[in-house]
Write a protein that binds this ligand. Structure first.
Ligand code: NAD
Ligand code: IMJ
Length: 255
């Protein structure tokens, strides 16, 4: 028997086989959970469908998280198909690529709004929609990064957004706690995914982690998936509102 036998998980943020969300989906499925997936744009539809089918899942829905009607449609389909939900994975972030270089100072009002909308407000909106469907002992989680707490070159507006996201995790944990639903974040170390492509200085950051982190290595999507499994399962029934670092220990180090 798997740890998640009979549980239903809705997963936002699979773009390809390297996505952190896909590693999480595989881990949840291995432990017996059924997964449903969403994709952000039509361009991603076929790839996400192929990945979903590879684990016998046939619920693959369009959902740009900036569109209320797509978010509502997603949850109304989940309600029809499943009636209830146990696990929600939020693995979504976006900022304009021009704002992920240079200075935070140059962030535009529009770029700030977009980054906050996609990367922070979406967790609030998805949690609200999920709330009436979530069974007791449900688990909601999101992905964050150290750039929320410390200045990381080029992370800029995403750092501000992730700080907001981490605060949202705490408030949502308080909102959802009375119904027995937990809300947490995993703060992952740098991983080579689509969201890391073309980021200037990314190679140096990977090298620095390998040199300085207590474990002297970088993390993989599977390292993240292990903690996601823990957070989704009854192994973590007493854990909510937390930011758990999966970064080979990098964040604990001083200079
Ligand atoms: P990824 O590019 O595979 O995943 C990001 C996802 O966000 C994609 O699936 C993309 O389609 C989705 N997305 C963007 N805009 C959207 C929108 N408007 N509506 C719906 N979905 C949208 O990269 P990843 O590294 O797996 O990123 C997943 C999460 O992990 C992000 O929150 C990211 O900030 C976080 N994270 C990544 C790293 C890293 O180094 N890769 C480290 C720490 C945290
Ligand atoms: C992203 C930018 C700058 C530095 C960065 C990152 N470092 C790491 C990331 C050091 C690890 C990856 N990360 C943690 C993210 O949250 C990435 C979010 C992201 C990435 C892109 C790239 C393509 C694009 N918009 C993006 N929006 C958000 O156009």
């Amino acid at each position: 028997m798997g740890l998640l036998e009979g549980k239903k998980a809705l997963i936002f943020g699979v773009a390809n086989e390297r996505s952190i969300a896909w590693a999480i989906a595989k881990a949840l499925h291995t432990e017996g959970a059924q997964c449903a997936f969403t994709y952000a744009t039509e361009r991603l539809k076929e790839r996400v469908e192929r990945l979903a089918h590879s684990q016998g899942s046939d619920i693959v829905l369009p959902c740009d998280v900036t569109k209320d009607e797509e978010v509502e449609a997603t949850f109304s389909t989940i309600k029809e198909r499943w009636q209830s939900l146990d696990i929600l994975i939020h693995s979504v972030a976006f900022a304009k690529k021009e704002e992920l270089k240079g200075k935070l100072l140059d962030t535009t009002r529009e770029g700030f709004g977009l980054a906050m909308d996609v990367s922070v407000y979406s967790l609030i909106a998805l949690t609200r929609q999920a709330s009436p469907l979530m069974r007791e002992d449900g688990s909601i989680m999101t992905l964050t990064y150290l750039g929320s707490q410390k200045v990381v070159p080029n992370y800029n507006v995403m750092g501000v957004a992730k700080a907001g996201l981490e605060a949202a995790v705490r408030y949502l944990a308080e909102d959802m706690g009375p119904q027995g639903v937990r809300v947490n974040a995993i703060s992952a170390g740098p991983v080579k995914t689509l969201a890391a492509m073309g980021i200037s200085g990314f190679g140096e950051i990977l090298k620095r982690v390998e040199e300085k982190a207590p474990l002297r290595r970088n993390i993989s999507q599977e390292d993240v998936a292990g903690v996601a499994l823990f957070l989704a399962s009854p192994l973590s029934t007493g854990v909510t509102g937390e930011i758990i670092y999966v970064d080979a220990g990098y964040n604990i180090m001083g200079p």
